[in-house]
Write a protein that binds this ligand. Structure first.
Ligand code: SAM
Ligand code: SF4
Length: 342
Protein backbone atom coordinates (compact mmCIF):
# COMPACT_ATOMS: atom_id res chain seq x y z
CA UNK A 1 0.00 0.00 0.00
CA UNK A 2 1.29 3.45 -0.87
CA UNK A 3 1.57 5.89 1.96
CA UNK A 4 -1.21 8.19 3.09
CA UNK A 5 1.21 10.98 3.88
CA UNK A 6 1.08 13.30 0.94
CA UNK A 7 4.40 14.62 -0.31
CA UNK A 8 3.07 18.16 -0.65
CA UNK A 9 5.82 20.71 -0.32
CA UNK A 10 4.70 23.20 2.31
CA UNK A 11 3.43 26.44 0.85
CA UNK A 12 4.18 25.53 -2.77
CA UNK A 13 3.91 28.49 -5.13
CA UNK A 14 1.36 28.25 -7.97
CA UNK A 15 -1.63 29.43 -6.00
CA UNK A 16 -3.27 32.84 -6.04
CA UNK A 17 -3.66 32.57 -2.29
CA UNK A 18 -0.73 34.08 -0.44
CA UNK A 19 -0.98 35.56 3.04
CA UNK A 20 0.87 38.46 4.70
CA UNK A 21 3.60 36.12 5.87
CA UNK A 22 4.29 34.78 2.38
CA UNK A 23 2.62 31.43 3.04
CA UNK A 24 1.01 29.93 -0.07
CA UNK A 25 -2.34 28.31 0.62
CA UNK A 26 -2.80 25.21 -1.52
CA UNK A 27 -4.93 23.01 0.73
CA UNK A 28 -8.50 23.46 1.96
CA UNK A 29 -10.48 21.36 4.39
CA UNK A 30 -14.23 21.51 3.90
CA UNK A 31 -16.50 20.50 6.75
CA UNK A 32 -19.61 19.17 5.03
CA UNK A 33 -21.68 18.70 8.16
CA UNK A 34 -21.44 19.37 11.90
CA UNK A 35 -23.43 16.18 12.59
CA UNK A 36 -21.97 12.87 13.54
CA UNK A 37 -23.05 9.40 14.62
CA UNK A 38 -20.31 9.40 17.31
CA UNK A 39 -19.81 11.76 20.26
CA UNK A 40 -16.07 11.47 20.88
CA UNK A 41 -15.21 12.81 24.32
CA UNK A 42 -12.49 15.18 23.08
CA UNK A 43 -14.60 16.50 20.20
CA UNK A 44 -18.14 16.98 21.45
CA UNK A 45 -20.18 17.28 24.59
CA UNK A 46 -22.70 14.52 25.22
CA UNK A 47 -25.74 16.64 24.44
CA UNK A 48 -24.68 18.52 21.34
CA UNK A 49 -27.05 20.85 19.56
CA UNK A 50 -26.50 20.77 15.83
CA UNK A 51 -27.09 23.55 13.36
CA UNK A 52 -30.47 23.98 11.66
CA UNK A 53 -30.32 22.72 8.09
CA UNK A 54 -30.78 26.16 6.52
CA UNK A 55 -27.55 27.32 8.14
CA UNK A 56 -25.51 24.56 6.55
CA UNK A 57 -24.11 25.03 3.07
CA UNK A 58 -26.02 23.03 0.48
CA UNK A 59 -24.12 20.48 -1.58
CA UNK A 60 -24.32 22.89 -4.53
CA UNK A 61 -22.81 25.66 -2.41
CA UNK A 62 -20.07 23.36 -1.18
CA UNK A 63 -19.25 22.55 -4.80
CA UNK A 64 -19.09 26.26 -5.65
CA UNK A 65 -16.69 26.80 -2.77
CA UNK A 66 -14.53 23.86 -3.86
CA UNK A 67 -14.49 25.12 -7.43
CA UNK A 68 -13.54 28.64 -6.37
CA UNK A 69 -10.60 27.35 -4.32
CA UNK A 70 -9.50 25.12 -7.18
CA UNK A 71 -9.60 28.06 -9.61
CA UNK A 72 -7.48 30.01 -7.15
CA UNK A 73 -4.81 27.32 -7.31
CA UNK A 74 -5.72 25.01 -4.44
CA UNK A 75 -4.52 21.52 -5.36
CA UNK A 76 -5.80 19.49 -2.45
CA UNK A 77 -9.26 19.32 -0.90
CA UNK A 78 -10.22 17.30 2.16
CA UNK A 79 -13.82 16.64 3.09
CA UNK A 80 -14.34 16.30 6.80
CA UNK A 81 -16.90 17.19 9.47
CA UNK A 82 -18.59 16.13 11.76
CA UNK A 83 -18.81 12.83 9.98
CA UNK A 84 -18.69 13.55 6.23
CA UNK A 85 -20.18 10.19 5.29
CA UNK A 86 -23.43 10.81 7.18
CA UNK A 87 -24.20 13.82 4.98
CA UNK A 88 -26.95 12.79 2.59
CA UNK A 89 -25.82 12.51 -1.08
CA UNK A 90 -22.21 13.09 -0.16
CA UNK A 91 -21.21 10.88 -3.10
CA UNK A 92 -22.70 13.45 -5.47
CA UNK A 93 -20.36 16.07 -4.04
CA UNK A 94 -17.34 13.78 -4.04
CA UNK A 95 -17.93 12.89 -7.68
CA UNK A 96 -18.25 16.57 -8.71
CA UNK A 97 -15.17 17.65 -6.79
CA UNK A 98 -13.32 14.61 -8.14
CA UNK A 99 -13.93 15.98 -11.65
CA UNK A 100 -12.45 19.43 -11.02
CA UNK A 101 -9.66 20.05 -13.50
CA UNK A 102 -6.20 20.18 -12.00
CA UNK A 103 -7.15 19.00 -8.53
CA UNK A 104 -4.25 16.84 -7.42
CA UNK A 105 -5.77 15.34 -4.30
CA UNK A 106 -9.28 14.68 -3.06
CA UNK A 107 -9.19 13.08 0.37
CA UNK A 108 -11.54 12.49 3.28
CA UNK A 109 -11.33 12.10 7.04
CA UNK A 110 -13.91 9.74 8.49
CA UNK A 111 -14.71 7.84 11.65
CA UNK A 112 -15.08 4.73 9.49
CA UNK A 113 -18.62 3.86 10.57
CA UNK A 114 -20.02 4.06 7.03
CA UNK A 115 -17.05 2.72 5.12
CA UNK A 116 -18.24 -0.85 4.97
CA UNK A 117 -21.03 0.19 2.61
CA UNK A 118 -19.42 3.22 0.99
CA UNK A 119 -15.69 2.58 0.52
CA UNK A 120 -15.92 1.28 -3.05
CA UNK A 121 -18.13 4.15 -4.22
CA UNK A 122 -15.91 6.73 -2.52
CA UNK A 123 -12.85 5.31 -4.25
CA UNK A 124 -14.70 5.30 -7.59
CA UNK A 125 -15.63 8.97 -7.05
CA UNK A 126 -11.94 9.84 -7.17
CA UNK A 127 -10.99 9.89 -3.49
CA UNK A 128 -7.40 8.73 -3.41
CA UNK A 129 -6.62 8.63 0.27
CA UNK A 130 -8.64 8.27 3.41
CA UNK A 131 -7.89 9.04 7.03
CA UNK A 132 -9.79 6.89 9.49
CA UNK A 133 -10.02 7.73 13.18
CA UNK A 134 -9.25 4.86 15.54
CA UNK A 135 -8.37 5.55 19.16
CA UNK A 136 -8.65 2.08 20.66
CA UNK A 137 -8.76 -1.57 19.67
CA UNK A 138 -10.69 -2.56 22.78
CA UNK A 139 -14.48 -2.51 22.23
CA UNK A 140 -15.32 -1.18 25.70
CA UNK A 141 -12.75 1.60 25.53
CA UNK A 142 -13.71 2.43 21.99
CA UNK A 143 -17.29 2.86 23.16
CA UNK A 144 -16.19 4.89 26.17
CA UNK A 145 -14.18 7.30 23.99
CA UNK A 146 -16.67 7.63 21.12
CA UNK A 147 -19.69 7.32 23.47
CA UNK A 148 -21.77 5.68 20.69
CA UNK A 149 -19.29 3.95 18.39
CA UNK A 150 -19.08 0.24 17.61
CA UNK A 151 -15.49 -0.93 17.15
CA UNK A 152 -16.42 -3.94 15.00
CA UNK A 153 -18.29 -1.74 12.56
CA UNK A 154 -15.24 0.51 12.19
CA UNK A 155 -12.88 -2.45 11.79
CA UNK A 156 -15.12 -3.80 9.03
CA UNK A 157 -14.97 -0.32 7.49
CA UNK A 158 -11.17 -0.39 7.56
CA UNK A 159 -11.22 -3.80 5.84
CA UNK A 160 -13.57 -2.40 3.20
CA UNK A 161 -11.23 0.55 2.63
CA UNK A 162 -8.29 -1.84 2.23
CA UNK A 163 -10.27 -3.87 -0.31
CA UNK A 164 -11.36 -0.74 -2.21
CA UNK A 165 -7.79 0.00 -3.29
CA UNK A 166 -7.14 3.50 -1.93
CA UNK A 167 -3.66 4.79 -2.65
CA UNK A 168 -3.21 5.52 1.01
CA UNK A 169 -4.98 4.83 4.28
CA UNK A 170 -3.95 6.52 7.49
CA UNK A 171 -5.31 5.99 10.96
CA UNK A 172 -5.68 8.98 13.27
CA UNK A 173 -5.49 8.35 17.00
CA UNK A 174 -6.05 11.04 19.60
CA UNK A 175 -4.08 9.94 22.63
CA UNK A 176 -5.30 10.74 26.14
CA UNK A 177 -3.45 9.85 29.31
CA UNK A 178 -5.15 7.04 31.23
CA UNK A 179 -7.69 6.51 28.47
CA UNK A 180 -5.70 4.97 25.65
CA UNK A 181 -2.07 6.02 26.02
CA UNK A 182 -1.12 2.43 26.82
CA UNK A 183 -2.43 1.26 23.44
CA UNK A 184 0.03 3.01 21.18
CA UNK A 185 2.03 -0.19 20.62
CA UNK A 186 -1.08 -2.14 19.70
CA UNK A 187 -2.27 0.60 17.35
CA UNK A 188 1.08 0.69 15.55
CA UNK A 189 1.11 -3.13 15.32
CA UNK A 190 -2.39 -2.94 13.81
CA UNK A 191 -1.18 -0.43 11.21
CA UNK A 192 1.99 -2.39 10.43
CA UNK A 193 -0.04 -5.58 10.00
CA UNK A 194 -2.16 -3.89 7.35
CA UNK A 195 0.56 -1.87 5.65
CA UNK A 196 -1.10 1.43 6.47
CA UNK A 197 0.05 4.62 8.20
CA UNK A 198 -0.90 6.06 11.57
CA UNK A 199 -0.77 9.50 13.18
CA UNK A 200 -0.95 10.22 16.87
CA UNK A 201 -2.64 13.50 17.71
CA UNK A 202 -2.33 15.65 20.82
CA UNK A 203 -5.74 16.81 22.00
CA UNK A 204 -6.56 20.41 21.10
CA UNK A 205 -8.64 22.65 23.35
CA UNK A 206 -11.60 23.29 21.04
CA UNK A 207 -14.94 23.82 22.74
CA UNK A 208 -16.09 22.90 26.24
CA UNK A 209 -16.37 19.12 26.41
CA UNK A 210 -17.18 18.37 30.06
CA UNK A 211 -15.74 14.84 29.96
CA UNK A 212 -12.22 15.30 31.23
CA UNK A 213 -9.65 17.86 32.24
CA UNK A 214 -7.62 18.41 29.13
CA UNK A 215 -4.46 19.40 30.94
CA UNK A 216 -4.59 16.18 33.01
CA UNK A 217 -5.27 14.04 29.95
CA UNK A 218 -2.39 15.56 28.00
CA UNK A 219 0.03 12.94 26.72
CA UNK A 220 2.74 14.45 24.57
CA UNK A 221 3.93 13.23 21.20
CA UNK A 222 7.41 12.92 22.66
CA UNK A 223 6.09 10.57 25.35
CA UNK A 224 4.34 8.44 22.71
CA UNK A 225 7.46 8.31 20.61
CA UNK A 226 9.56 7.26 23.61
CA UNK A 227 7.01 4.50 24.37
CA UNK A 228 7.10 3.26 20.78
CA UNK A 229 10.87 3.26 20.65
CA UNK A 230 10.87 0.54 23.30
CA UNK A 231 9.63 -1.81 20.59
CA UNK A 232 10.17 -0.16 17.20
CA UNK A 233 13.00 1.58 15.51
CA UNK A 234 11.57 4.85 14.19
CA UNK A 235 13.53 6.50 11.41
CA UNK A 236 12.84 10.21 10.90
CA UNK A 237 11.70 11.18 7.39
CA UNK A 238 11.79 14.58 5.79
CA UNK A 239 8.30 14.34 4.32
CA UNK A 240 5.93 17.14 5.06
CA UNK A 241 2.35 17.98 4.20
CA UNK A 242 2.91 21.55 5.31
CA UNK A 243 1.01 20.66 8.42
CA UNK A 244 1.68 19.94 12.04
CA UNK A 245 2.87 16.35 11.63
CA UNK A 246 6.38 14.96 11.85
CA UNK A 247 6.85 11.54 10.30
CA UNK A 248 8.90 8.46 11.04
CA UNK A 249 9.20 5.22 9.16
CA UNK A 250 8.94 1.97 11.09
CA UNK A 251 12.14 0.03 10.44
CA UNK A 252 11.36 -3.07 8.38
CA UNK A 253 7.80 -2.04 7.52
CA UNK A 254 6.04 0.23 5.02
CA UNK A 255 4.14 1.96 7.82
CA UNK A 256 4.84 5.54 8.71
CA UNK A 257 4.06 7.00 12.08
CA UNK A 258 3.16 10.68 12.32
CA UNK A 259 2.95 12.89 15.37
CA UNK A 260 0.60 15.85 15.30
CA UNK A 261 1.75 18.06 18.10
CA UNK A 262 0.03 21.42 18.32
CA UNK A 263 1.28 21.89 21.87
CA UNK A 264 4.78 20.56 21.92
CA UNK A 265 5.88 21.56 18.40
CA UNK A 266 4.61 24.69 16.77
CA UNK A 267 3.97 24.26 13.06
CA UNK A 268 2.42 27.55 12.05
CA UNK A 269 5.40 28.87 10.05
CA UNK A 270 4.78 26.44 7.20
CA UNK A 271 0.98 26.45 7.34
CA UNK A 272 -0.47 25.91 3.86
CA UNK A 273 -4.13 25.40 4.67
CA UNK A 274 -7.46 26.96 5.51
CA UNK A 275 -10.77 25.47 6.61
CA UNK A 276 -14.40 26.06 5.76
CA UNK A 277 -16.95 25.22 8.45
CA UNK A 278 -20.23 23.48 7.70
CA UNK A 279 -21.99 26.85 7.77
CA UNK A 280 -19.57 28.35 5.28
CA UNK A 281 -17.25 30.26 7.58
CA UNK A 282 -13.77 30.42 6.09
CA UNK A 283 -11.46 29.85 9.06
CA UNK A 284 -7.99 31.13 8.49
CA UNK A 285 -6.46 29.26 11.45
CA UNK A 286 -7.53 26.20 13.42
CA UNK A 287 -6.61 27.91 16.65
CA UNK A 288 -7.95 31.45 16.10
CA UNK A 289 -11.31 32.99 15.33
CA UNK A 290 -10.29 35.02 12.26
CA UNK A 291 -12.89 34.14 9.65
CA UNK A 292 -14.93 35.31 6.67
CA UNK A 293 -18.56 34.45 6.06
CA UNK A 294 -18.56 32.78 2.63
CA UNK A 295 -22.19 31.72 2.97
CA UNK A 296 -23.22 35.38 3.01
CA UNK A 297 -21.20 36.01 -0.15
CA UNK A 298 -22.61 32.89 -1.84
CA UNK A 299 -26.20 33.79 -1.03
CA UNK A 300 -25.83 37.52 -1.79
CA UNK A 301 -24.18 36.84 -5.16
CA UNK A 302 -25.70 33.64 -6.52
CA UNK A 303 -24.07 32.49 -9.74
CA UNK A 304 -21.18 34.97 -9.34
CA UNK A 305 -18.04 32.95 -8.74
CA UNK A 306 -15.89 36.07 -9.03
CA UNK A 307 -17.44 37.56 -5.87
CA UNK A 308 -16.71 34.37 -3.98
CA UNK A 309 -13.15 34.21 -5.26
CA UNK A 310 -12.54 37.87 -4.37
CA UNK A 311 -13.75 37.22 -0.82
CA UNK A 312 -11.38 34.26 -0.51
CA UNK A 313 -8.40 36.19 -1.88
CA UNK A 314 -9.11 39.13 0.48
CA UNK A 315 -9.40 36.76 3.43
CA UNK A 316 -5.72 35.82 3.11
CA UNK A 317 -4.90 39.25 4.55
CA UNK A 318 -6.33 38.25 7.92
CA UNK A 319 -4.73 34.83 8.22
CA UNK A 320 -3.03 35.02 11.62
CA UNK A 321 0.57 34.15 12.20
CA UNK A 322 -0.22 31.23 14.48
CA UNK A 323 -2.36 29.64 17.16
CA UNK A 324 -2.27 30.24 20.94
CA UNK A 325 -3.35 26.86 22.23
CA UNK A 326 -3.20 26.51 25.99
CA UNK A 327 -4.59 23.47 27.81
CA UNK A 328 -4.90 25.21 31.15
CA UNK A 329 -8.09 27.06 31.98
CA UNK A 330 -11.08 27.52 29.71
CA UNK A 331 -10.64 26.91 25.99
CA UNK A 332 -9.99 30.15 24.14
CA UNK A 333 -12.11 28.80 21.31
CA UNK A 334 -15.67 27.85 22.04
CA UNK A 335 -16.25 26.08 18.74
CA UNK A 336 -15.95 22.30 18.86
CA UNK A 337 -13.82 20.29 16.46
CA UNK A 338 -16.90 19.01 14.61
CA UNK A 339 -17.63 22.63 13.65
CA UNK A 340 -14.06 23.36 12.80
CA UNK A 341 -13.52 20.55 10.34
CA UNK A 342 -10.56 18.75 11.89
N1 SAM B 1 -15.65 12.44 12.02
C1 SAM B 1 -14.43 12.31 11.30
C2 SAM B 1 -13.37 11.62 12.13
O1 SAM B 1 -13.57 11.47 13.33
O2 SAM B 1 -12.36 11.24 11.54
C3 SAM B 1 -13.91 13.62 10.76
C4 SAM B 1 -13.99 14.81 11.64
S1 SAM B 1 -13.02 14.74 13.12
C5 SAM B 1 -13.36 16.31 13.84
C6 SAM B 1 -11.36 14.86 12.46
C7 SAM B 1 -10.24 14.48 13.38
O3 SAM B 1 -10.19 15.39 14.44
C8 SAM B 1 -10.40 13.10 13.99
O4 SAM B 1 -9.24 12.34 13.76
C9 SAM B 1 -10.56 13.38 15.47
O5 SAM B 1 -10.00 12.36 16.24
C10 SAM B 1 -9.84 14.70 15.61
N2 SAM B 1 -10.27 15.51 16.76
C11 SAM B 1 -11.50 15.82 17.14
N3 SAM B 1 -11.49 16.63 18.23
C12 SAM B 1 -10.19 16.83 18.54
C13 SAM B 1 -9.51 17.57 19.55
N4 SAM B 1 -10.17 18.28 20.46
N5 SAM B 1 -8.16 17.56 19.53
C14 SAM B 1 -7.47 16.86 18.60
N6 SAM B 1 -8.06 16.14 17.62
C15 SAM B 1 -9.40 16.12 17.59
FE1 SF4 C 1 -17.62 12.60 15.27
FE2 SF4 C 1 -15.17 12.68 14.32
FE3 SF4 C 1 -15.92 14.34 16.30
FE4 SF4 C 1 -15.66 11.76 16.80
S1 SF4 C 1 -14.04 13.15 16.17
S2 SF4 C 1 -17.41 13.06 17.41
S3 SF4 C 1 -16.28 10.84 14.93
S4 SF4 C 1 -16.68 14.35 14.27
Amino acid sequence: MATAFEPTAPSTPGTALVDRFGRHINYVRLSVTDRCDFRCVYCMSEDMTFLPRAQILTLEELLQVARAFRELGVAKIRLTGGEPLVRRNILWLLERIGELQGLRELVITTNGSQLERMATAIRAAGVRRVNISLDSLRPDRFRRITRTGDLDQVLRGIDAALAAGFEGIKLNSVVLKNRNHDEVHDLVAFAVGRGIDISFIEEMPLGVIGDHDRAEAYYSSDAIRADLEERYELIPTTESSGGPARYYRVQGASTRVGFISPHSHNFCGTCNRVRVTAEGRLLLCLGQEHSVDLRRVLRAHPGEPEALKAAIVDAMQIKPKGHDFDLRGQPVLMRHMNMTGG
